[in-house]
Design a protein around this ligand. Structure first.
Ligand code: IPD
Ligand code: CA
Ligand code: CA
Ligand code: CA
Length: 274
């Protein structure tokens, strides 16, 4: 059997290859989905392309690594989620996949959606890949080895960057009960920020934090697949990812804050924590 290092290399190669392939499927069909269905509410959509991408990714992973655990947005069962909640075993590889992050953009034909593939070894994210097929940007990180955009190392903004000099990015949850809390949080931060962006994909926002394009990102009630890959990209780029109270973020996710890790992080926590 393979050493952990060799298996990691094989996982990394597959994750990148699959992100590029699924990305091509998304780009091709953007704005042309044939079947748009609702999930938990009429604000929460899924298309045949989300499902086809996920089936493709799941089948490929299970074919190449039959003993790995796979968790993806469109196929996750309650039992699989429970396995994540109850804690992953130390030597276990777990793929945490969002086939399309930014489904609403995808449905509308706005070129802002990504494939997000995160792979954990035990409880730690080991590999993170976020691919935006619309401008061919591949964000990538491996634990302990830095973060990259199309092969070039990326870094978060300097740690002394203040809120007044940072663009802040936010998400808008689909669940009505989380929307008011999100607007409250935005209301506390926005008056002092350089500006505010909401691009409709958590994984892309976080990758942009890693690349130093924006200072931070926060959103309530995110799911594991929204953040698994990109949290490693932020951390390996020198940033910090916590919950919105500044505490350790579990793989199960929830309310999250990703930032350059300096004074900005503490300031946002101070403003939005409960
Ligand atoms: C959504 C996006 C969006 C965020 C939502 C997520 P999806 O994921 O990341 O930016 O605001 O909370 O659910 O459904 O497009 O994969
Ligand atoms: Ca979704
Ligand atoms: Ca998502
Ligand atoms: Ca999705």
């Amino acid at each position: 059997s393979l050493s952990v290092q060799d298996e990691g290399n094989a996982v990394e190669a597959l994750a990148m290859d699959l992100a590029l392939k699924a990305g091509a499927m998304i780009k091709d069909k953007s704005g042309h989905a044939l079947q748009v269905d609702t999930k938990e509410s009429r604000f929460d959509l899924v298309t045949e392309v989300d499902k086809a991408c996920e089936d493709f990714l799941r089948n490929q992973v299970q074919e190449k690594f039959p003993d790995h655990f796979y968790l993806g947005e469109e196929t996750a069962t309650e039992k699989e989620l429970e396995r994540l909640r109850s804690g992953l075993k130390d030597s276990e590889w777990t793929w945490i996949v969002d086939p399309i992050d930014g489904t609403l953009n995808f449905v509308a034909g706005m070129p802002l959606s990504v494939v997000s593939i995160g792979v954990a070894l035990g409880q730690n994210m080991e590999i993170g890949v976020v691919y935006n097929p619309f401008n061919d940007e591949l964000f990538y990180a491996r634990r302990g080895q830095g973060a990259y955009l199309n092969g070039i190392p990326i870094n978060v903004l300097p740690h002394d960057t203040e809120l007044e000099d940072s663009t802040v990015s936010v998400g808008f949850p689909s669940k009505p009960e989380w929307r008011l809390r999100m607007l409250e949080a935005i209301g506390k931060v926005a008056p002092s920020a350089r500006s505010v962006r909401a691009l409709g994909t958590a994984a892309l926002h976080m990758s942009y934090v890693g690349a130093g394009r924006i200072g931070c990102f926060f959103e309530h009630n995110l799911k594991p697949w929204d953040v698994a890959a990109a949290r490693l990209i932020v951390e390996e780029a020198g940033g910090r990812v916590t919950d919105m109270n500044g505490n350790f973020l579990q793989l199960t996710a929830g309310s999250i804050l990703a930032s350059n890790g300096g004074v900005l992080h503490d300031r946002i926590v101070q403003l939005v924590s409960d």
